[in-house]
Design a binder for this molecule. Structure first.
Ligand code: SF4
Length: 324
């Protein structure tokens, strides 16, 4: 197994209490597999990614429990220096906002080349050659010239390609892409997602794709983990989840996506807002918004019930949800 996250808990100490941003999250990623982690803003998906990458803001954040095994190594037991060496070479991340993730006063070529001089001990000339190759690989036109340009001279889509090139430079085994296309126009989004999916397949990397957008995951993910209020509430192979969700929150998300076969019908909207992670409702955290909620939902927190050998749903009434 490439990555195993087991009962991960992350807390943030705030002035008015403790926010339980990640509250017992477990999942696995195999080599060459794409796992989409889906949920609304503030559900804990980006914090989970930061914990795996070892870039959590501490304090105020702190890992309160659990294990993260990467290729069998317990990441939480490693020294900071060992984790730093793993970043880029073993695990890499693609951020949502390429403009703030890239250094504005260095050319993109110099930033890419630095990966090879620092981590691989290459000469500056060879590293620059590799930078051009990489830019070509992510289909940046006229890469040999553009290698001398600064981040602000690239369009949003091209900058995101530079981010992808940087993430793949050292051929990591696992890449985490945190909302990689959110800041882009719809047509550019599709091109960047296609490129990411193609590179994921050709490099056979494990990919964790974090998104709030169900539309971007259908064609690229193998499995989906749906997060709500710091927990995974449904986990399933992508086609099974789209065909018949087993959690009312997943069903709500699917019903709120515009579909051509439902022309003329009003779009569904999940009522209310996600809860504050410092004040998570009792029982099932989704109960204030759930159309199927009953008394037991307000008091008893549902475990992740096994729906079949490959999927689970944290709902007392998952059978009812599955039957539609
Ligand atoms: Fe809704 Fe109850 Fe299921 Fe929670 S446990 S999702 S409130 S039906």
């Amino acid at each position: 197994m490439l990555l195993e996250v087991d009962d991960l808990r992350v807390e943030f100490r705030l002035r008015d209490g403790v926010a339980h941003a990640v509250n017992g999250v477990s999942f696995q990623v195999e080599a060459g597999e794409t796992l989409a982690v889906l949920g609304e803003s503030g559900c804990g998906k980006s914090v989970t990614a930061q914990a795996v990458m070892g870039i959590l803001d501490t304090p105020p954040g702190r890992i309160a429990g659990g294990r993260i095994l990467f290729q069998g190594r317990d990441l939480l037991a490693l020294k900071e220096e060992e984790r730093r060496r793993l970043r880029g070479a073993g695990l890499a991340m693609i951020f949502q906002d390429a403009l703030s993730a890239l250094n504005p006063v260095m050319t993109v070529g110099a930033q890419l080349a630095e990966m090879f001089t620092v981590h691989r001990g290459m000469s500056r000339k060879d590293a620059r050659g590799r930078a051009v190759e990489l830019m070509d690989r992510v289909r940046i036109p006229a890469a040999a010239q553009r290698v001398r340009d600064y981040p602000h001279q690239f369009s949003g889509g091209m900058r995101q390609r530079v981010m992808i090139a940087m993430a793949l430079a050292l051929e990591p085994a696992l890449v985490i892409a945190d909302e990689p296309t959110t800041a882009l126009d719809v047509t550019v989004q599709a091109q960047v997602m296609d490129l990411l999916a193609e590179l994921q397949r050709s490099y056979a990397i494990g990919l964790i794709l974090i998104t709030h957008d169900l539309g971007v995951v259908a064609d690229v993910a193998d499995r989906i983990a749906v997060m709500y209020a710091g927990r995974i509430v449904e986990s399933a192979p992508v086609h099974a989840l789209y065909k018949s969700p087993a959690h009312p929150y997943t069903r709500g998300l699917l019903d709120s996506v515009p579909r051509l076969d439902r022309k003329g019908r009003e779009l569904y909207a999940i009522k209310g807002l996600p809860p504050s992670l410092a004040r998570i409702p009792s029982g099932c955290a989704f109960h204030p918004r759930c159309p199927l909620a009953r008394d037991v939902c307000r008091t008893d927190r549902p475990p992740l019930y096994p729906v079949d050998e490959r999927r689970g749903a944290a709902c007392h009434f998952w059978r009812e949800c599955l039957d539609g």
